[in-house]
Design a protein. Structure first.
Ligand code: UD1
Length: 416
């Protein structure tokens, strides 16, 4: 298994081009199933997750080709409706194929994803929503099974804001008979951009970017031609690297408004941030100031930046309080950061972080993507050598991470 070896203590300087967003790409990849034909997606990050999703589409009968970051998907020949456990368990987003398969074929057999490294991640809202649209779904042998389904418009209110459930129900509603209203919908850029892509293909969606979506079913969609938006979490992670190392990093090819909550927190921590139209410059302080963070649905501070922010606070000049309200157990990085000398006390879903002057390099490992990113950040700022194990998690969500960090002056190498 690959590891990353990092020798910390260098301020990162220079410019980095931010890749396309994984979380925006996966729903669009699922949407290609709705329209038989050849779809072209540009700026798709080459990651394990996008490759896994491509594999799911291939198993369904699609032809998929990556050329650089251009992904071409031909969904004309899709002839299977089964997404197997082996793939769904490695990537939960595979469940997004459920609604498109029901919409196009009236049937589907998709594995239930099961748990995840940071606890339960239910899909009850996906299933209940599809059921209110007329899909009689059964759970059989660990699979969600739908037969003879004809999706019909309905009003679906979500009791919590869910990116996944909003995406699933949008994918169900665009080709359904009649109109669907989604209340308390997610407004993450990934969701809004999916809506815009679908509208460009002939879907009728009102209220994009608001918590109430009204979707009028159409009989067919045209194939997708789009460019995936930049990854706001990757951008914010590099901004955090500037904050932790006292560096100056220019993030290029970004949409600054998409990670404003993270930028504001980093400013509070002492960073100087200059926002341009598609670039952001972040200059880190000599030492970050402590900040308090509560994760929230967009436009609030994202749960996907909680781990990285804890790493920043670990070297701050005082005590920070960080609460995750989206995923209450998502703290596997804390024990590893403690092994690097951080002072963190975990009380339920709240981490109290007493900043230390300096972290010390150590052998660490993480069990999920963003937790791994926080350990890399910690390693960049720590004294001595840090070896981050199990970096296949990083390969799920950060394109060429060690190359990009290396180009900014980090001493980092992948060890096979
Ligand atoms: C969440 C994040 C997303 C992030 C992703 C991976 C939010 C709102 N969403 O998305 O930004 O990229 O994690 O880190 O911050 N829930 C249910 N039933 C369901 C679906 C969800 O109870 O059927 C709950 C979840 O347990 C969670 C909340 O709703 O507490 C938000 O879930 P959702 O947005 O769907 O999660 P992800 O799509 O994983």
């Amino acid at each position: 298994m690959d590891k990353l070896r990092i020798t910390g203590g260098r301020a990162l300087e220079g410019a980095v081009r931010i890749s396309g967003s994984k979380n925006a790409a996966l729903p669009v990849m699922a949407a290609t199933l709705l329209a038989p034909g050849v779809h072209r997606l540009r700026n798709v990050p080459r990651l394990r997750d996008t490759q896994t999703f491509a594999r799911v589409l291939e198993l369904l009968g699609a032809k998929v080709a990556f050329e650089g970051n251009l992904l071409t998907i031909d969904t004309q020949g899709v002839n299977s409706v089964e997404a197997p456990y082996e793939l769904v368990k490695t990537m939960r987003a595979s469940i997004y194929v459920l609604a498109p398969l029901l919409a196009r074929f009236g049937r589907a057999r998709v594995s239930l994803p099961g748990g995840c490294a940071w606890g339960p991640r239910p899909v009850n809202l996906h299933l209940a929503g599809l059921q209110s649209m007329g899909a009689a779904l059964e759970i059989e042998h660990g699979y969600i099974v739908g037969r003879d389904v004809r999706l019909k418009g309905a009003t679906v209110g979500f009791d919590v804001v869910s990116v996944g459930a909003t995406v699933q129900l949008m994918l169900a509603a665009v080709l359904a008979e009649g109109s669907t209203v989604l209340e308390n919908a997610a407004i993450e850029p990934d969701v809004t951009v999916l809506g815009e892509v679908l509208v460009a293909c002939g879907a009728r969606i009102e209220g994009l970017g608001t918590r109430r979506l009204e979707i009028h079913g159409v009989s067919a969609l045209r194939p997708i031609e789009t460019s995936i938006i930049p990854d706001r979490i990757e951008a914010a992670t590099f901004a955090a690297a500037a904050a932790m190392t006292g560096g100056r990093i220019r993030l290029e090819g970004v949409r600054p408004e998409h990670f404003e909550a993270s930028l504001r927190k980093l400013e509070e921590a002492g960073c100087v941030v200059e926002r341009g139209a598609d670039a952001v410059a972040v200059a880190g302080p000599a030492r970050p100031r402590p900040v308090n963070v509560v994760t929230q649905p967009y436009p609030g501070f994202p749960t996907d930046m909680q781990a990285q922010m804890i790493a920043v606070c670990a070297v701050a000049s005082g005590t920070s309080v960080i609460e995750d309200t989206i995923y209450l157990d998502r703290f596997t990085h804390v024990q590893e950061l403690v092994r690097m000398g951080a002072h963190i006390e975990l009380k339920g879903n709240v981490a109290v972080v007493a900043g230390v002057e300096r972290l010390s390099g150590a052998q660490v490992m993480a069990t999920d993507l963003r937790a791994s990113a926080s350990l890399v950040l910690a390693g960049l700022a720590a004294e001595g050598e840090t070896v981050v194990d199990r970096i296949y998690h990083l390969d799920r969500g950060y394109e060429a991470l060690e190359k990009k960090l290396g180009a900014l002056g980090a001493r980092i190498e992948r060890v096979k």
